[in-house]
Design a protein around this ligand. Structure first.
Ligand code: SAH
Length: 249
């Protein structure tokens, strides 16, 4: 089964964009995943092909019409087998997490709805089984970059896309922790030397140091991760992940 992505957007020419390069691009060329776009405007019904209208109750901007959005979504979902989750990119959604990315990456793919202007008529969330997802607490001008972020995060986890090491359990967010810091040659750069422990060859000491740094940096930069994970970052550096440790959040 190939991870299949369908993106509904007013700007299909933005794709594959960065998803056509590097790891995601190679995986796309190797057919480890597929990408289809549909233009929301193709589902407009009036002679001006309008997809938006003014907000009820007044205010700035334009709102995407639910009838046009539904027609676009239905054009994909009516024949969708196996059924893929339908996701709307919106700052009003649940923040995307590595845990959700992993779930999505292990499934058949996703149908992604990208907003523009002021966003979607709220009734589309009631009328269709749409999961609202945000990629962070800031406002973009469109959902396309959000869709790319979500797809990039999923694709790198697909079997065969990256080496086992890189998609492993030590990466940031996998255990409620940020990853430990990395170093490479030269050993001394501008008077700064790679920590001695990393050059010691003592794997137990290295694992302990890395765990310590991961915990410390997470405490300093992202105390919210530790809280969400129930303090699991205090676990000893066994080098292996414990059975009772879930994924983040
Ligand atoms: N008026 C809306 C913002 C609209 S921004 C609000 O204040 O909530 C236009 C579109 O960009 C949105 O419909 C959405 O698809 C996309 N977008 C903006 N910020 C986003 C974010 N943080 N995560 C995901 N999509 C986002």
């Amino acid at each position: 089964m190939t991870f299949a992505a369908t993106v509904l957007t007013l700007y299909p020419e933005m794709f594959p964009g960065p998803l056509g390069l590097s790891i995601a691009g190679r995986a796309l060329a190797d057919r480890l995943w597929s990408l289809e776009t549909r233009n929301i405007r193709d589902f407009a019904t009036d002679k001006h092909r309008s997809v938006d209208d003014t907000p009820a109750g007044g205010g700035a901007g334009m709102v995407l019409r639910p009838d046009v959005l539904a027609a676009a979504l239905d054009s994909v979902s009516d024949a969708d087998e196996p059924r893929r989750p339908m996701i709307a990119l919106t700052p009003r959604g649940q923040p995307l997490t590595q845990a959700r990315v992993r779930e999505l990456a292990s499934g058949p793919g996703a149908i992604l709805l990208c907003g523009r202007f002021e966003g979607f008529d709220e009734r589309i969330f009631e009328g269709r089984d749409l999961e609202p997802i945000s990629i962070g607490d800031y406002v973009l001008s469109g959902g396309e970059l959000g869709a790319m972020v979500l797809l990039d995060a999923c694709v790198r986890l697909l079997p065969g896309v990256m080496g086992a090491a890189s998609s492993g359990e030590e990466e940031s967010f996998e255990q409620g922790l940020l990853e430990y810091p990395h170093y490479t040659r030269p050993v001394t750069w501008e008077g700064r030397t790679i920590p001695e422990v990393l050059r010691s060859g003592d794997h137990a000491r290295i694992a302990a140091w890395r765990h310590e740094r991961a915990s410390e940096d997470t405490r300093l930069r992202r105390p919210d991760l530790i809280e969400r994970h129930g303090g699991a970052s205090q676990a000893p550096p066994s080098g292996a992940r414990h059975e009772d440790e879930g994924q983040d959040q």
